[in-house]
Structure formats: structure tokens, C-alpha cells
Design a protein around this ligand. Structure first.
Ligand code: SAM
Length: 272
């Protein structure tokens, strides 16, 4: 039974890999593969993920209620839309921009059906093109900062993902050391937080901050930063996300993320 599920997943992943459009750089870095893998993992772990996806949606709806203006909402990391109240956003705002390197077929269909949802294929770090060449100086992103129509920006479960694949690429393909890639990862996350802090619009941040490795009995084996040791400079409510229950990756451990969700950065306490 388990084998059949895995084979079905593999076939579905192969098909999605073939039909999902993706730029050459994003494909080289592994973003398409990762997006397809998340779709399959979501199918397998749907029940365990539901509380996290519901909290994410509630946080965005709270952000929407606290936003002055209804012109444009920009969702950074929209890719798969599992954690996004897309219908409510599209009903409330004149335009919703879904920003990601990869847009799944499901989100493409939603955008095709709605007149005011627009897909924007864009690298949120604005420096992956240099990283692919092995240049690891991290620049500050600026897209949308000068757009007067933007009323709401949501950084949606993306901050911890920004360094993940670039770090793997730099280590495996460019011969960087673990310490070097960790420093690049941290700089990417910090540049993202600085970017969010520069918007005049309301900004909502949802990100995992810590990963917990749990043993078969549920006891904590190890806790690691999900953000390459970068600190979230704002305080807010947190919750747990059972991202890989026992057996998903291995029967000897489970993975759990601690996630922070802040609907309005300007209204939250700053952590120094
Ligand atoms: C954990 S997923 C969250 C996706 C989505 N919110 C969901 O329903 O689960 C992280 C997303 O960030 C995107 N991403 C990672 N790095 C990116 C970058 N530099 N620019 C744009 N998108 C990026 C990935 O393609 C992926 O869709």
C-alpha cells in the first residue's frame, strides 16, 4: 500500500516536472524539483499540515482586515497557494500579485479563472543570477518598494526557503564551505527582513524560525535555526507545524517547525 502511494507520487511528480513552466536558473538551483516535491508531500501529510495552513490563512485575513487601502496585495512565496486565502484576497483587493519563481498548475488555473489575480515570476532575493555564477555578494532587493498602489505585502512561508537551495548549490556546485554558505544564507534572510521593513504598505510576515528533530517517542533530539541563525526582528504569536511526521522521511525521527505569524509588522514590537 505504502509502496503504491510512493509510486503514484513519483509518477505525479514526473508529470508535474514536465508540465510546470520554470526559468533555467530556477530549474538549475532545484526550485522546480522542490515545488513538485512539496505538492507530493502535502498530499501525504495533509492532516498534519492542516493546523499550520489554517493559522497561516487566519494571519493573512487578520492582516487584510488591518490594511488601509484595497488596491494591490503582493504575496511573496505564493507558489502553491495551500496557505493562502486567495478567494478572500481577490474579493477584497483590486489586484492580487502572486510572486514566486515557480507557479504550480493549480495556482495558474486560479489566476486564469480570476480577472484580478496576476502571476509574477520573480526572484525575491534579486541576487540568484549572481549566485548561480558563484558570486556570493548579497544585494538588497527593491522591487515593489516604489509602487504606490501596494497596500499589503505578505511574506508567506518563504524566508527560510530563500537560503536553502542557493546554499546547497554553492556547496555542491561551487565548492563553498558549509560556513561560507551559512553566512550567505544568513545574509539572504537578513536582506529579506530589511526589505520588508522598508515598505510603506502593511506587511505581514509568516515564517518558520526553528526546526525540531523528534525521536520516535516524541522527545526532542535537536533544535536548529530555520533561518541560518538570523533573528526575526519582530515579536509575534508562534505555532508548531508537523512538517514531517514519523515515517515521512524516516521511522527513526519526525520534523516539526516553529512558525511565527505577524499580521502587521509596524504594529508589532521590535526585537533588538
Ligand atoms: C515553503 S514554499 C511556500 C509556498 C506556498 N506559500 C504554499 O502554499 O505552501 C516556499 C515558496 O518560496 C518560493 N521561493 C523560494 N525562494 C524564492 C525566491 N528567491 N524568489 C521567489 N520565490 C522563492 C518557492 O518556489 C516556494 O514556492
Amino acid at each position: 500500500m505504502v509502496t503504491t502511494v510512493r509510486i503514484n507520487d513519483m509518477l505525479m511528480e514526473a508529470l508535474l516536472y514536465l508540465i510546470t513552466p520554470c526559468s533555467r536558473n530556477a530549474r538549475r538551483l532545484g526550485f522546480l524539483q522542490e515545488s513538485v516535491a512539496i505538492i507530493a508531500r502535502h498530499r501525504r501529510c495533509r492532516n498534519a499540515w492542516t493546523p499550520h495552513l489554517v493559522r497561516s490563512k487566519q494571519t493573512i485575513l487578520e492582516a487584510m482586515r488591518r490594511t488601509v487601502g484595497q488596491h494591490r496585495a503582493v504575496i511573496l512565496g505564493a507558489g502553491l497557494d495551500y496557505d493562502l486565502p486567495l478567494t478572500e484576497l481577490a474579493d477584497h483587493f483590486d489586484e492580487v500579485l502572486l510572486v514566486d519563481l515557480v507557479h504550480s498548475p493549480r495556482i495558474r488555473l486560479a489566476a486564469w479563472r480570476a480577472r484580478n489575480i496576476r502571476l509574477v515570476t520573480h526572484d525575491v532575493t534579486e541576487c540568484l543570477a549572481q549566485l548561480v555564477k558563484g558570486q556570493d555578494n548579497i544585494t538588497q532587493p527593491s522591487r515593489f518598494l516604489d509602487d504606490p498602489l501596494v497596500d499589503l505585502v505578505v511574506s508567506l512561508n518563504i524566508a527560510s526557503q530563500l537560503p536553502m537551495l542557493p546554499a546547497r548549490f554553492l556547496e555542491n556546485r561551487k565548492g563553498k564551505t558549509e560556513a561560507e554558505t551559512e553566512a550567505v544564507g544568513r545574509a539572504l534572510v537578513e536582506a529579506h527582513f530589511n526589505y520588508l521593513a522598508r515598505f510603506r504598505a502593511n506587511v505581514c510576515l509568516i515564517t518558520d524560525v526553528e526546526r525540531e528533530i523528534l525521536g520516535p517517542e516524541g522527545c526532542l533530539i535537536k533544535r536548529i535555526s530555520a533561518l541560518c541563525e538570523a533573528e526575526v526582528p519582530w515579536a509575534g504569536p508562534t505555532w508548531l507545524w508537523d512538517i514531517a511526521p514519523l515515517g515521512e522521511e524516516d521511522w527513526s525521527y519526525a520534523l516539526r517547525n516553529r512558525v511565527i505569524g505577524i499580521p502587521c509588522l509596524s504594529g508589532s514590537e521590535r526585537v533588538e
